[in-house]
Design a protein around this ligand. Structure first.
Ligand code: SAH
Length: 222
């Protein structure tokens, strides 16, 4: 899989992809993440990518031309399954959207900043809009990193234990059961006996019960 992220602040995306699972996934060649600096697609001499809003009002608007030029450069090199604009009023990210996206081959994630992008970008250049929740961030970079993380960890081979992503919350409509590690007792707080029993069938049964109980308590809508 290949993910291209378009941003006017590429440095904001360095650390999410430079460590841990997302870095290993790239090192193993399971995903290629390319971050594109919009300033390189600007045609004016100050390499600006934003301008004042027509009609006035506070906040700068990201110009269509650099975005169009960048998308053109990418789409002329290969076909993309989706060109996604990160937007607070987009379709809300969910596990099922992450699952869906993980089956795609090439994706573009476009990050807005300031007041967002010129509306004509949304009308003509993108295929989909995704929000990570009903709150406003200062830019789409963190949102794009969230989407990419949720997608990349689903790719076969990314997680060490192949079944691990499948046992996470939301995958089967259930919340994951609680987990514990050593020590088995800390300050008098004990790990449930069943987990130390070595009786695999009972352990599985307990996990299933806990998942159902948690789902009822925390996410009855599932
Ligand atoms: N004026 C816009 C908000 C702009 S926030 C409005 O009121 O809807 C600047 C940028 O941050 C957006 O262009 C978008 O790319 C990103 N962003 C902000 N909140 C987001 C969210 N919840 N999900 C995804 N992207 C978001």
């Amino acid at each position: 899989m290949r993910i291209d992220i378009i941003t006017c602040l590429p440095r904001l995306l360095e650390s999410p992809f430079g460590d841990s699972i997302l870095k290993r996934a790239q090192d193993k060649g399971l995903v290629a993440v390319h971050v594109h600096d919009l300033r390189e697609y600007s045609t004016n001499k100050h390499r600006t990518t934003d301008d004042y809003a027509f009609g006035g009002g506070a906040g700068m608007v990201m110009m269509i031309e650099p975005i169009d030029r960048c998308i053109q450069a990418l789409t002329s090199a290969r076909a993309y399954d989706d060109i996604i604009y990160m937007s607070p009023d987009g379709e809300r990210l969910s596990q099922s959207i992450a699952n869906q996206l993980s089956l795609k081959k090439n994706l573009i994630l476009l990050c807005g900043h300031y007041k967002g992008v010129d509306e004509r970008v949304r009308e003509h250049l993108i295929t989909r809009e995704i929000s990570i929740g009903d709150y406003v961030l200062s830019g789409g970079e963190l949102a794009a990193a969230v989407v990419a993380d949720a997608v990349i960890r689903l790719l076969p081979g990314v997680l060490n234990d192949e079944t691990s992503a499948l046992s996470d919350s939301f995958q089967d409509g259930l919340i994951a059961p609680p987990v514990y590690t050593r020590p088995s007792e800390y300050k008098g707080w004990k790990v449930p006996d069943v987990l130390l029993s070595g009786h695999q069938a009972k352990i599985e049964e307990w996990k299933q019960e806990q998942s159902i109980k948690r789902t009822k308590e925390r996410r009855p809508n599932l």
